[in-house]
Design a protein around this ligand. Sequence first.
Ligand code: SF4
Ligand code: SF4
Length: 357
Amino acid sequence: MAHEMRSPIESGCPDGFQYMHPVMRRNYGQWAYHEDPQPGVLLHVSHNGEKIWTVRAGTQRILDVFTLRKLCEIGDKYGEGYVRFTIRSNIEYMVADEAKVQPLVDALTGAGFIVGGTRNSVAMLSHTQGWLHCDIPGTDASGVVKSMMDELIDEFKGWNMPNRVHMTTSCCQINCGGQGDIAINVQHTKPPKINHDLVSNICERPSVVARCPVAAIRPALVNGKPSLEVDEKKCICCGACYPPCPPMQINDAEHSKLAIWVGGNHSNARGKPTFQKLVASGIPNNPPRWPEATAVVKKILKTYKDDAKDWERMNDWIERIGWPRFFEKTGLPFTKYHIDNWRGARASLNASTHIRF
Ligand code: SF4
Ligand code: SF4
């Protein structure tokens, strides 16, 4: 398909077509079918018979320059000089010659990279920006990703799951991180603690007041200085006031926990859109290996693997067996924290596993 390069814009990524493998560029939108010859390898066949193989390897999202150079050297030596990164931080090498596939897989594996993440595997955990790029993290999402994927390496390399499993992380409670079959998200459990000396110097008070979804913040005069106060009975500990006003400190080593959500919109192959549901809360945010959160994720994955029918996505499986059976089978405790008692949820979220208004 003829493609005209789009004109440069001030910000945003460059036109991707210029970096595509020529076979992909020529056949854009013209694929007849694709196959999965082996874990981590895709084959695309176009209507005119041209073939291209893609080899996928997991990487950590935040790559140092030495690792990037190593990956590029592998691409130049064993591939055909074309790579791309997927949204789940995998690197993909494209080759038009089948004979190059196995040497490329061997070179990646030999250099310590893990080839996999295709078809009915546990794909690479998608990773939020974390400490390095973002201004509001409550935890180190990169560390959670690394610790969990270390334990799920065989599920990434193999095709053992009933269908593909996507997992996501978040490092704050309000933004990225809910686009998977399983989401590991930050959960703040206490209201923000305000540093009144700094509020008047740093924060635009009206924008902070406007940020609160439950109108729990009011302007106040503290020690003769303009500041803010929080109605703690109303506060839902979401942390939305922290980004516009860092003196509203909510991150806390003990009280910022992890919560696990499953199912939802991104997790069903055939059903109508649904929300993810909270299935485990108050999990200790326990670096450097997060064993408690990893144990819960492994428990959910094992139950799904044993119990779901072939090709059922996580949400399809839970919808079939029902949420009560999900808790019984996984052994996860159902507590009062699973009940969505926020009155705003009546009109919007309705994300409780049991309660319907
Ligand atoms: S999850 Fe929150 S803290 Fe992490 S990158 Fe996204 S917005 Fe930033
Ligand atoms: S944490 Fe959320 S609910 Fe609580 S005061 Fe801040 S914005 Fe409002």
